[in-house]
Design a protein around this ligand. Structure first.
Ligand code: PLP
Length: 280
């Protein structure tokens, strides 16, 4: 089964998709994207992802030429064509192809691409055991709420984490923890789940929202507020959330164990609640 590609309304094998070197996504990172995964072959939280795509496009002044209904159909059609048990769908919209100039081009249609690949979940043993993270300075721009394809600081952060033997880099801006390079971050203290509030310095994660609503429904108090580095280091439990990592316990930060050095009870409970929701 080939991985599925999609370019401006047309499905094709992924390897057949050709994009101009003058696409503004390629030359300026002038575009936005989403990553959606399926459970039981059904795209998870698709509406929330498509809403965020629209928000991101609007925030960079990119007129989305298609509405959510069309996107919805394309994503589902892509998943059907791919036929994998579970799929990872990447969608991207850029400001189109134009001769290189920083100014927005006139009358240039956006480039819409999509890829559908097999979704391979993280190793369940890793999810049970928890992961190691490092902290580093958040060098990103001031609009991290926009899911822009400009990911160089995230790429460098994740690479640095990997070279340090860690799964993720936790980003810290002026002493305040923002999020991971590819995930949102939550801590547990005194039975409360605490996570940085939404704003321009974090991506409003679809999984973040979903997990917070599970916590609230389960009677777990939630606080959305600043977390400084000291509070992170002293947290009883720490975990990450994201589309591909779900609820992932963190057991060491900068080589220091979190709490007992094992995934915490509340983290495990939230992970179990999450698994219940996605079970077919
Ligand atoms: N924060 C960043 C910087 C991300 O790149 C991602 C996911 O790609 C997330 C958070 C998690 O967002 P979501 O739960 O919507 O996948």
């Amino acid at each position: 089964m080939p991985d599925i590609g999609f370019l401006n309304g047309e499905f094709m094998p992924l390897s057949h998709v050709k994009i101009s070197i003058e696409d503004r996504g390629f030359q300026f990172g002038d575009g936005v994207y989403e990553v959606v995964r399926t459970y039981g072959g059904v795209p998870f939280q698709l509406d929330a992802h498509l809403e965020r795509l629209e928000r991101s496009a609007h925030a960079i002044g990119l007129d989305m030429p298609v509405n959510s209904t069309e996107w919805d159909e394309w994503v589902r059609e892509g998943v059907k064509r791919a036929g994998y048990p579970e799929c990872k769908v990447y969608v991207q919209v850029t400001r189109g192809v134009a001769s290189r100039d920083h100014l927005f081009p006139h009358n240039t249609p956006p480039t819409i691409v999509m890829s559908v690949r097999e979704m391979r979940s993280l190793d369940p043993a890793l999810c049970r055991a928890g992961v190691v993270v490092i902290t580093m300075e958040d060098l990103r721009w001031g609009r991290c709420d926009i899911k822009s394809i400009n990911l160089l600081p995230n790429v460098l952060a994740r690479q640095r984490a990997s070279e340090a033997g860690a799964f993720e880099a936790i980003l810290v801006r002026d002493g305040t923890v923002t999020e991971g390079a590819v995930s949102n971050l939550m801590i547990v203290n005194g039975g409360h789940v605490i996570t940085p509030q939404e704003g321009m310095h974090i991506l409003s994660g679809v999984t973040r929202r979903f997990v917070l609503s599970l916590a609230r429904k389960g009677g777990i108090p939630v606080e959305e507020r600043n977390i400084d580095l000291r509070e992170l280091r002293q947290a009883e439990e720490v975990f990450l959330t994201g589309t591909t990592i779900e609820v992932l316990p963190v057991v060491r930060i900068d080589n220091v164990p979190v709490g007992s050095g094992q995934p915490g009870l509340l983290t495990k409970r939230l992970r179990a609640l999450f698994q219940e929701q996605i079970a077919p």
